[in-house]
Ligand binder design. Structure first.
Ligand code: SF4
Length: 49
């Protein structure tokens, strides 16, 4: 399990009790420019249940 990754995306199949159970996670960016705020980041490991 990824260590100490807290997450509130309860529609993800890796979500359990406000934690992420995936072995690793990859975070990408959703902007073509440099990321300057958290809203411009995305969890690319997300999968629907
Ligand atoms: S894979 Fe991403 S969206 Fe899914 S529980 Fe883990 S951190 Fe949250």
């Amino acid at each position: 399990m990824a260590q100490n990754v807290l997450c509130e995306v309860n529609s993800c199949r890796f979500w359990a009790d406000n934690s992420c159970t995936a072995s690793t996670i990859k975070i990408g960016k959703n902007t073509m420019t440099d990321v300057t705020r958290n809203a411009e980041t995305d969890c690319e490991t997300f999968e629907t249940k």
